[in-house]
Design a binder for this molecule. Structure first.
Ligand code: HEM
Length: 385
């Protein structure tokens, strides 16, 4: 069969960061053991994510079982209803308002906390502060509960990985988070514009028929998607700044800063692998994929495809990034992309404004996780001006 490159143990293979590199480069679709297909090339990953018969919903998907019905695990009309609930909170106008009122204070506090210090594990101790501050406010969650939400949410990242690490603890955390979300919803915090309040209003106005449980699980999914992706990527950003790849001064220029964020997103996309399923027999990249097969689309592989990006592993601010898809494509493409990029640009601007130097002082060159990936096992020092 053309394009079928290898059979391998999917669980062992996919547990490795950058798993796409271990598959033969001359094929885009690889049949693994256990009815799993891995998709690695840029064009074919994009085709898979936009394919009408490659769907998100699967009754055995760990995230669907843990969270209940939610935006990430739905297709068709139900998925559109979930997206409609979220749209008002993530509009360009709202993001502009968050940029002026909400984000600067959070960014400033984070930079204050790292100046003239060395962080041994930036991801564990600092990277979450801005994203959790933003998403708690947007959701209308009491800021006093931020740490509690962080402690409960972080382990849930493993539920979106493939292979999934599903434990009694992750289920207990989901139950507790759903309980807290319900408690906050009934407490009616916020200014009438929070996610929880907007959801109520949008449902009434547009007649969206979702149960209370579906609304709660979508709020939880929104929380996870908005915090852990950004925490992972802020870790990557700081890592790239600290590696001395270019002078920090260059990042004062907003256009260079945007290129920097985009290039870091290409090289370190926090969502490395997207899990989908074939709802029908279909062909992709010349390979027949039987109905019900799992289809794993490698965003990391797509973003480092040498047919699209010359010297793909090289950090190059001047390259064209057409084809870079850190936020995915298709119906599930990230609705928070604008918010995320605004947050990252503000953070980088504040860091270069106030730091004379950022230096990675120890680097064991490891990467963590598939769903919320970031360089790990490095230390970084921030020297104030
Ligand atoms: C570095 C930052 C981020 C990256 C790289 C990222 C990436 C992605 C990707 C690749 C998906 C598609 C997942 C799939 O199809 O299985 C996604 C979905 C999603 N993201 Fe993001 N995201 C980021 C930040 C955010 C933020 C800040 C928010 C909200 C505040 C957000 C909300 C969502 C939601 C709700 C979904 C589900 C959409 C759907 O299933 O239709 N994300 N994100």
């Amino acid at each position: 069969m053309p394009g079928v490159a290898t059979a391998a143990d999917p669980v062992g293979l996919l547990a490795r960061p950058y798993w796409y590199r271990t598959l033969p480069a001359d094929a885009d679709v690889h049949r693994l053991d256990g009815g799993v297909f891995a998709v690695t090339g840029n064009r074919t990953v994009q085709e898979a994510l936009a394919h009408p018969d490659i769907v998100a919903e699967h009754p055995l998907k760990a995230s669907a079982r843990a969270f209940g019905p939610n935006v990430l695990d739905a297709d068709g009309a139900e998925h559109r209803a979930f997206r409609a609930l979220l749209a008002p909170i993530l509009s360009a106008g709202r993001v502009d308002a968050y940029k002026r009122t909400l984000m600067p204070g959070l960014v400033e506090a984070l930079v204050d906390s790292v100046l003239d210090s060395e962080c041994d594990d930036f991801h564990a101790t600092h990277a979450h502060k801005v994203p959790y501050g933003i998403v708690c406010t947007i959701l209308g969650i009491d800021p006093a509960l931020e740490d509690r939400f962080h402690t409960l949410t972080r382990p849930l990242a493993r539920l979106l990985d493939y292979p999934t690490e599903e434990t009694e603890q992750t289920h207990t955390n989901v139950d507790e988070l759903l309980r807290l979300i319900e408690e906050q919803r009934t407490a009616g915090r916020g200014d009438g514009r929070s996610l929880l309040e907007t959801i109520e209003q949008t449902r009434d106005r547009r007649g969206i028929s979702l149960t209370d449980a579906e609304v709660r699980s979508t709020a939880l999914l929104f929380f996870l998607a908005g915090t852990e992706t950004s925490s992972a990527f802020i870790t990557s950003l700081v890592y790239c700044m600290g590696r001395g790849l270019f002078g920090l001064d260059e990042l004062h220029d907003p256009a260079v800063r945007d290129d920097f964020v985009e290039e870091a997103l290409r090289l370190y996309p926090p969502v490395q692998t997207i899990v989908r399923f074939a709802s029908e027999d279909l062909a992709l990249g010349g390979v027949r994929i039987p109905r019900h097969s799992a289809v794993l689309a490698s965003i990391a592989g797509a973003n480092r495809d040498p047919r699209v990006f010359a010297h793909p592993d090289r950090f190059d601010l001047s390259r064209s990034r057409k084809g870079s898809i850190p936020f995915a494509v298709g119906a599930h493409a990230c609705p928070g992309a604008l918010l995320a990029k605004t947050e990252f640009s503000l953070l980088v601007a504040d860091l270069v404004e106030r730091c004379a130097d950022i230096a990675v002082t120890r680097d064991r060159r490891r990467a963590a996780s598939q769903s919320f990936s970031h360089p790990s096992a490095f230390a970084v020092r921030f020297t104030a001006k």
